[in-house]
Ligand binder design. Sequence first.
Ligand code: FE2
Length: 246
Amino acid sequence: MRIVDAHCHLLPLIDDGPGGWDEAEALLGRLAVSLGSGSLCFASPHVRFSACAAQSSPVHARMDEYTAVVEKAAGGMRVGLAPEILLDALSPVPPELSFMCYPGTNRLLVELPPRLPGMIAVLMLGRLARRGFSLMLAHPERYRFAQRRSSAVVSLASAGIALQISLRSLRSPLSAVRLTAERLLRDGLCHVLASDCHHPGDAMLTECRGEIDTLSGRGSWDILCRTNPSAVVEGGRPVLLREALP
Ligand SMILES: [Fe+2]
């Protein structure tokens, strides 16, 4: 089964990812060599929920421009678009949100303000779920409610929200983020591992296989980097790591 990196900042000059087209090409080339032919990765530029309508056209236009870079540097790797939506407001759901899902699915990659109380997070995520969206929550390890207790994260998983831990967090200088990512992985409270790479020097999924299998159990990396992300981007249901392991 192919490797899927479901969360990468590949598009240049649009968020805190590559600062120019040369850097964007270098990052894509590194991903292609690292993940190999047949793999799949997603450009996930930051989009604010409150500005989704205004940001939709520029993001899709930049992705169209990026196609030329993909043809030059991606080798046999395929690249799709799935913006990372920051839930920064309780404003009405804009119609443009439907164009932010993993292509051909109703699955959105969402992130939360880091200090949002857990109860408000549940409210915001539940509201989108009731509108028919499936959700994958980016880097739960960064949120204060998840750093304080795992029960809040268990509740999200029980509500059908896919949990995506970032490899970037395992390299974070912030100990609260790093230790929470390790704890969630150790406890099997994760569906998907993604690089969340921003620059060519960032860690790639293929570099952490031994580390993840040591932390979470043998076979974990395959579940988190192949089986579950494939299910997510194909409109299926990923299985929580601790339920998927024998
Ligand atoms: Fe990200």
